[in-house]
Design a protein around this ligand. Structure first.
Ligand SMILES: O=C(O)CCC(=O)C(=O)O
Ligand SMILES: [Fe+2]
Length: 852
C-alpha cells in the first residue's frame, strides 16, 4: 500500500477481483449480486495511527509498499509497540500512548486497554504511518465536494494538496484524540510534524504562485482553501485581527481568484473550485464589515451566463448576490458609526434600510420561483444566508440605536422603533433557521453522534452561522444559549477548535450604537403568546421572563393582564385622591405602627432604606427626605392581618370600590406571572401560586409632587431612594414623566433610566424571591430621580420645578403564615443553600421596621 495518494476505496473483494466496487455500505451491491458476503472496506479495519518522523514517511513513499511498521525504522516514534512487522500485534502491547484507531468509517475511538480487549478479534490492526490515511480522511471530510476527489486523482503525489491533506488530517486526528483538552502543546513530535507539513504546503503554494500558470491551477486554489479550514481546526481566527492566519489565507484566496479572472469560470472544474474559495472570501467580508471584492460582480455575471448548464449553482449565486449587498450596507454603516457621523447617518439611513430590505426581497422572490431542496449543500447555503441576515440586521439595529440619540434626525422615533422591531424579528427568525438546520447537518444531538471525518466538514460549514447567533445580541437569549451548546459540541466533541474561540464584538463603536436613547437593558416581554395553546410559546415566554429576572431582575411586560383602560382609571382615581385637601387625605392616616402598612402617608413620612436594620443607619438615611406621598391598600377579607384604612365613603365615593376590584384584577395577573416564572425555572407550574393563595399583597398609590429639580439632581432630596423591593415580585405602572432608574447589572452604582413604555408594566423581583431562589433571580436596586435631562439641556434654572409623578405599585407577597426554603433546582451539592428557611411574616416585619 503506498503511503500517500490514492488508496483504493473499494471493498476488499472487489479490489481482489479488480472490478469496480459501487462502494455501498455496509455491503457492496456487487458482492451481494455475486452471492458473496461483502468483506467490508479498508477503513473499517482497525487502523492505528502512529507518530513517526516525517522524513521516514518520505523515505517510505519512495519505496515499494512495505508491510512494515515505521516504528521499526524510527527511533523517535512515540509508539513503543512490541511488534514491528506483519501488522499484527497482541492486544496488550498495542497503543501505549493512546493511539487512534478506526473501528468503523464513522467512529474514531481512543484506544485504552479496556475497550481494546472488548473488541472482536476479527478486526485486525493494520500498522502504517497515519499519513497513508490522510488522503482518505480528507476525501471523507470533503465527500460532498466531488471535485476534491478528482483533484487528488489528477495531481501529483508530492503536490501541495498532499501536504495540505497531511496537515489537515493530522490536525484532525490530534484534535479528535485530545478533543476535550485545550491543547497538547507538549506533544512536540506532533507539533514538529505539523510545522513541517504547514511549511511544505506554504512553500509549494508560494512557489506555484510565482508563475502566472501557477495561479491558474485549481489545486493551488483548493490548497489555500484547505488551509483556511485548517485554521478553523486549530481555532486561529480572531474576527477583528485581520492579520491572523485565517484572514491571511482568506485574502490569499481573493488574490488567487483575482489573478485567475473569469476564464476558469467557463470550465466546470474551474467553477467547482471557485465556489468554496469565493464563499470564504465573502465570509471574510461579512466578518470584517467590509465590501465584497469589486470583481465579484464580474465573476458572478460570468457564472450567471452559463447558469443553464449548471442549474445547481442558482442558489449559491442568489446568496452571493445577497451577501454582496449586505456587506455593502454593513460597510457603509460601520463607516458612519466609526466616525460618529450623526448627520451622515440620518441622511443615509432611509437608503440603507431600503437597500437591506430590497436585498432580502430579491432573495425571497428568487426562492419563490426556484425550488430549494434538502441537499446538504443547500442547507449550508441557507444557513449562510441566514447568518448574513443576522449580521446585517444586527448592524442595522446599531445604526437605529445610534440615530435615536440624535434629536435633529428627521426620521420620527416611531419609525425607528418600528424598523428596530422589524430588524430584531427578522434576525431572530433567521437565527431560528440556523439552529434548526444544525441537527439536519450534524444529526440529532444524541449520544450516538456521528463523529466521522465527514461531520468535521459539516461542522466547519455551520460554524459561521452558529457563531453569528452566539455573539449577536440581537438573537434571543435562548437562541444564543442553544448556539453556545452546539458550538461546545463542535469544539469539544468534533475537535473544531474555532467553535471554542468565539470572540465578543470588540469593535470600538460609539456608545450610542449599543442602546437606543433612554433604554436600559431591561427586555420587553409580551405575555400574549403564553395564552395560546402552544406549549412551545408558553415555554418561550416563560424562559424569556426567567432570563430577564435572572440577568436583570426587571422586565417590561406587555399584555400583563391588567387592561389599559383599567390602568388609566386607576391613575384617575389616584390623581383624585392626592388632589384632595390635606385634611381630607389625613382622614385615612397610616397607623403609627410601622407594620400596619395601610392608608395614607404624607410627604416625608416614609423613608425606604436598603437592608439597613440598625438605628444609626436608619437615622442617617432619613436625612435626605423622600418627597412623595402614598396610599397603601391590602386584602380586605377577615383573615387579613392589617385592616385597610379607607377614607370615609362620602369623601371620595367610588374610590374604595374601584381599588377593591383593581386588587382582584392585579391578583389574576399575579397568578399568571407566578406560573410563568415557575415554568421558566423548570418547576411545577403551580409551585409559586401555592404560596400566594391568601392574597397577602399590597397596592401602593404614589404621588411625587412637583419639586425644585435642582434639589433632586444635587441629592438634597429624593423621590424614592435606591432600594430593592422586599416581596416576591412587584408590578409597577408608571406615568410618562420619567425618573425611574434601575441599577446597571454590570456597572454597580450606575443607574440607567427605565422610561415609560406605553402598554407595559415594569415587573421586578423582590428580595424575598431572590432569597427563596438562592439568589438565582435578582432583586435589583432602583430609585426615582429627576427625569433624564433632555438633549442639549445643561444647567437647570434655579427654581425650575420637575413635573409631578404618579405611579401605582402592586407588590406580590407570599402568604404570611408560610415558611419557605430554597426553591428546588436552585441548590445542590455544588451550590449550597445560602439561607435558612424563613417565615414570611417575620421577614416582612423585619423589613417594615426599617421603613418608618
Ligand atoms: O414610583 C416608582 O416608579 C417606583 C416605586 C418603587 O420602586 C416602590 O415603591 O418600591
Ligand atoms: Fe421599588
Amino acid at each position: 500500500m503506498p503511503n500517500t495518494g490514492r488508496p483504493s476505496r473499494d471493498c476488499h473483494l472487489c479490489r481482489q477481483r479488480r472490478v469496480k466496487c459501487d462502494l455501498a455500505r455496509p455491503a457492496c451491491q456487487r458482492c451481494i449480486k455475486y452471492g458473496a458476503q461483502c468483506p467490508g472496506y479498508r477503513d473499517q479495519q482497525e487502523l492505528v495511527f502512529r507518530n513517526a518522523d516525517p522524513t521516514v514517511v518520505k523515505k517510505r513513499k519512495k519505496r515499494a509498499p512495505l508491510p512494515q511498521s515505521p516504528s521499526s525504522q524510527s527511533s523517535s516514534s512515540s509508539s513503543s509497540s512490541s511488534s514491528s512487522d506483519g501488522g499484527v500485534l497482541s492486544a496488550p502491547s498495542l497503543s501505549p500512548n493512546g493511539d487512534f484507531v478506526f473501528t468503523s468509517s464513522t467512529d474514531l475511538v481512543l484506544v485504552n486497554g479496556a475497550n481494546y480487549n472488548a473488541r472482536p478479534p476479527l478486526l485486525r490492526p493494520v500498522y502504517e504511518h497515519w499519513t497513508s490515511h490522510s488522503v482518505p480522511i480528507i476525501l471523507d471530510v470533503y465527500s460532498n465536494l466531488d471535485f476534491i476527489k478528482d483533484m487528488y486523482r489528477d495531481y501529483t503525489d508530492d503536490g501541495p494538496l498532499i501536504w495540505a491533506a497531511h496537515l489537515f488530517s493530522r490536525t484532525y486526528v490530534t484534535n479528535m484524540q485530545y478533543s476535550t483538552a485545550l491543547s497538547r502543546s507538549s506533544d512536540s513530535e506532533t507539533q514538529r510534524e505539523l510545522g513541517g507539513y504547514l511549511g511544505k504546503t506554504l512553500n509549494l503554494v508560494s512557489e506555484a504562485l510565482k508563475t502566472p500558470e501557477g495561479a491558474q491551477r485549481d489545486d493551488i486554489l483548493a490548497t489555500v482553501w484547505i488551509l483556511t479550514n485548517y485554521e478553523l481546526l486549530i481555532g486561529s481566527l480572531s474576527r477583528t485581527e485581520v492579520l491572523s492566519p485565517w484572514h491571511l489565507h482568506a485574502r490569499g484566496l481573493y488574490s488567487i481568484l483575482k489573478a485567475r479572472g473569469c476564464a476558469p469560470l467557463l470550465k466546470p472544474d474551474g467553477r467547482k473550485s471557485f465556489w468554496p474559495a469565493y464563499s470564504m472570501v465573502q465570509i471574510q467580508a461579512l466578518i470584517t464589515n467590509t465590501e465584497c471584492p469589486p470583481e465579484s460582480q464580474e465573476w458572478l455575471e460570468t457564472i450567471d451566463r452559463l447558469l443553464p448548464l449548471h442549474p445547481g449553482e442558482g442558489l449559491g449565486l442568489a446568496i452571493s448576490y445577497f451577501i454582496i449587498k449586505i456587506c455593502s450596507v454593513q460597510a457603509r454603516i460601520f463607516n458612519l458609526l466609526r466616525r460618529r457621523d450623526f448627520p451622515g447617518a440620518s441622511r443615509d439611513y432611509p437608503d440603507l434600510f431600503a437597500q437591506m430590505k430590497a436585498a432580502e426581497q430579491e432573495f425571497e422572490d428568487w426562492i419563490e420561483k426556484n425550488y430549494v431542496g434538502t441537499h446538504i449543500l443547500e442547507i449550508y447555503a441557507m444557513s449562510l444566508y441566514h447568518s448574513a441576515i443576522v449580521k446585517g440586521y444586527h448592524v442595522m439595529r446599531l445604526l437605529i440605536n445610534f440615530l435615536t440619540h440624535y434629536p435633529p434626525c428627521p426620521i420620527p422615533l416611531e419609525q425607528l422603533n418600528e424598523d428596530r422591531e422589524y430588524s430584531v424579528k427578522t434576525a431572530q427568525n433567521a437565527a431560528q433557521g440556523i439552529l434548526e438546520s444544525v441537527p439536519r447537518v450534524l444529526g440529532p444531538l444524541s449520544s450516538s453522534r456521528d463523529k466521522s471525518p465527514k461531520t468535521v466538514f459539516d461542522a466547519l460549514r455551520v460554524i459561521w452561522p452558529l457563531i453569528s447567533v452566539y455573539v449577536m445580541d440581537i438573537c434571543r437569549s435562548e437562541q444564543r444559549l442553544a448556539a453556545e451548546g452546539l458550538l461546545f459540541y463542535i469544539g469539544r466533541e468534533l475537535g473544531v477548535r474555532q467553535a471554542l474561540n468565539t470572540y465578543p464584538d470588540t469593535l470600538t463603536l460609539p456608545a450610542e450604537a449599543k442602546e437606543p436613547l433612554g433604554h436600559s437593558s431591561i427586555p420587553v416581554i409580551d405575555l400574549a403568546p403564553s395564552r395560546s395553546d402552544s406549549d412551545e410559546d408558553i415555554q418561550i415566554v416563560a424562559k424569556n421572563l426567567y432570563e430577564a429576572f435572572k440577568d436583570v431582575g426587571f422586565a417590561y411586560v406587555k399584555n400583563h393582564g391588567v387592561p389599559e383602560d383599567v390602568v388609566n382609571e386607576a391613575f384617575n382615581w389616584s390623581r383624585k385622591f392626592f388632589n384632595l385637601p390635606q385634611s381630607d387625605k389625613d382622614l385615612a392616616p397610616h397607623p403609627p405602627e410601622a407594620w400596619h402598612h395601610r392608608g395614607y402617608s404624607s410627604v416625608g413620612r416614609e423613608k425606604v432604606s436598603q437592608m439597613i436594620f440598625d438605628e444609626a443607619s436608619i437615622a442617617a438615611a432619613r436625612n435626605v427626605p423622600d418627597v412623595k406621598e402614598s396610599f397603601d391598600i391590602g386584602r380586605e377579607d377577615e383573615g387579613a392581618r392589617m385592616s385597610n384604612v379607607w377614607l370615609p365613603r362620602d369623601v371620595l365615593p367610588g374610590f374604595r370600590e374601584f381599588f377593591e376590584e383593581f386588587y382582584e384584577i392585579c391578583y389574576a395577573a399575579e397568578l399568571e406571572l407566578l406560573r410563568l416564572v415557575a415554568i421558566g425555572m423548570g418547576l411545577e407550574k403551580e409551585y409559586f401560586v401555592g404560596y400566594h393563595m391568601k392574597k397577602d399583597n399590597q397596592i401602593r398609590l404614589l404621588h411625587y409632587p412637583a419639586i425644585e429639580e435642582n434639589l433632586l439632581r444635587q441629592g438634597k432630596a429624593d423621590r424614592i431612594a435606591a432600594h430593592t423591593d422586599f416581596g416576591t415580585v412587584t408590578m409597577l405602572f408608571q406615568d410618562d414623566v420619567g425618573g425611574l432608574e434601575v441599577e446597571d447589572i454590570i456597572e454597580k452604582g450606575k443607574f440607567n433610566p427605565a422610561p415609560y413604555i406605553p402598554g407595559t408594566a415594569v415587573v421586578n423581583i423582590g428580595d424575598f424571591l431572590m432569597r427563596w431562589s438562592n439568589d438565582e433571580l435578582k432583586s435589583t436596586m432602583h430609585r426615582v430621580k429627576a427625569p433624564p435631562l433632555l438633549e442639549g439641556e445643561g444647567e437647570i434654572p434655579k427654581d425650575k420645578k420637575t413635573k409631578e409623578r404618579y405611579s401605582i405599585v402592586y407588590f406580590m407577597c407570599a402568604d404570611m403564615e408560610k415558611t419557605v426554603d430554597c426553591v428546588p433546582g436552585c441548590w445542590g451539592p455544588e451550590r449550597p443553600k445560602k439561607y435558612e428557611p424563613v417565615n414570611c411574616m417575620e421577614y416582612i416585619n423585619m423589613r417594615m421596621e426599617a421603613l418608618y
